[in-house]
Design a protein. Sequence first.
Length: 101
Amino acid sequence: SLTYTPESMQAAVGDTVQFRFVAGNHTVTQSTFDQPCQPISLFAPNVTGFHSGCDGGGGAAANTSTIPTYMVQIKSTEPVWIYCAQARHCESGMAMVINEK
């Protein structure tokens, strides 16, 4: 299924959250609670959100132990909403939150 695991987590300011693309072509894109499947920059132009871009490799190749990763550094205790911008992955449930209140 199209999900981030876990779908919700807590992280302290200064922590780094690592996303591992084990299979498929996915992104890690910042969004908002109100518009979970759209980039945050569309609704909060003063916020520089993050976007990993597609992992490009379709996840880990069968002949390698290398797994594509993307890191997000936590800069505040406010919730960080994240979704996959690939095709209709978000609409299929691939969204998550860090530090949900």
